[in-house]
Design a protein around this ligand. Structure first.
Ligand code: ADP
Ligand code: MG
Length: 298
């Protein structure tokens, strides 16, 4: 039978805006030594805005924005919203896309059907996505992307028919309260690690601001899970907190997993505990509560 104090703990958690799927999860949270945080939508707001478009190979800025927004309209990724918002503000009409495909942790692709024109193949995403399809990026553009990333922006590449057409600089601010919440995790004796699919320089800039101890960038969904596995092999108990489809394998691998409530359904289904408050303070609450609950059982 579940000890009374766990039942009390689950009830207390509900009061604090957490949905606990099982009491064991709450119990497990008291033993963890490392907490892994996703970046986009977890440490940051998840409400990115498009700051700049650098066009390449003499494409028009408004044309590439129109095509990029058309491609992104079926994406669930927060970055897609930034592009769609800008296209909407410029009153651009979206075009029809076929064979839309989301490459988890990498970007999106599809075929644009333009009236009276041959169809175009579109790719939008990270350097890795372009490399996978042998799309070359000129050195000057890579340098520009590094500059954006050092300022904390996410560089997103856009290619048409396997030729680079543009570079987008998208920024997503760190949540106001993430810095303080991460301090609370440190005070609870935890090592705080950030895992992200984003570029290395962007990840480092955000990590520095947020105050995390360690950073793993350019991580595909399975890589995030592997980081947890290797910590577990060393005998550590690991918690994971994320919001996206790309976090699902890591959420499943962690000893205790948390989903941010405004995130995707996939993340919430994979997590032990859903944080209804859109803040990392809720994660710190959960860990403090779990330590208190366990102390009651002992
Ligand atoms: P995070 O781990 O920070 O949540 P993701 O794994 O979701 O990041 O994404 C990693 C990278 O993949 C992004 O930084 C971006 O370069 C690219 N990416 C993913 N989805 C999209 C998309 N819909 N549009 C553009 N780029 C994308
Ligand atoms: Mg995310």
């Amino acid at each position: 039978a579940t000890p009374m104090s766990i039942i009390v703990g689950v009830g207390k958690a509900a009061e604090l805006g957490m949905l606990v799927r099982n009491g064991e999860a709450l119990q497990g949270a008291s033993k963890i030594s490392h907490v892994l945080l996703d970046k986009t939508g977890t440490i940051t707001l998840g409400k990115p805005s498009l700051n700049q478009i650098i066009s390449c190979n003499s494409f028009e800025q408004s044309d590439i924005l129109q095509m990029a927004a058309s491609l992104e309209k079926d994406s669930e990724h927060p970055l897609a919203q930034a592009i769609l918002n800008k296209a909407k503000a410029q009153q651009l009409t979206l075009q029809k896309i076929e064979q839309f495909h989301a490459h988890s942790g990498l970007g999106v692709s599809g075929i644009l059907l333009a009236d009276n024109n041959p169809s175009l193949s579109l790719f939008m995403g990270s350097e890795k996505l372009l490399a996978q399809h042998d799309i070359e990026i000129p050195l000057a553009i890579i340098e520009k992307a590094n500059q954006l990333a050092q300022a904390g922006e996410t560089p997103v590449y856009f290619a048409i028919n396997n030729q680079l057409a543009g570079l987008f600089g998208i920024s997503d601010p760190v949540r106001d309260d993430s810095i303080e919440a991460i301090r609370r995790l440190h005070n609870a004796g935890l090592k705080v690690v950030m895992v992200t699919g984003d570029a290395k320089e962007t990840a480092n800039a955000v990590a520095k601001l947020a105050g995390v101890d360690q950073v793993y960038a350019r991580q595909l969904p399975q890589d995030k899970a592997d980081v947890i596995k290797s910590l577990q092999k060393k005998g550590h108990k690991v918690a994971m907190c994320g919001d996206g489809i790309n976090d699902a394998p890591a959420l499943a691998q962690a000893d205790v997993s948390f989903a941010i409530g405004t995130g995707t359904d996939v993340a919430m289904e994979a997590a032990d505990i859903t944080l209804m408050r859109d803040s990392l303070h809720s994660l710190a609450d959960a860990i403090e509560l779990s330590k208190a609950t366990i102390n009651n059982i002992k």
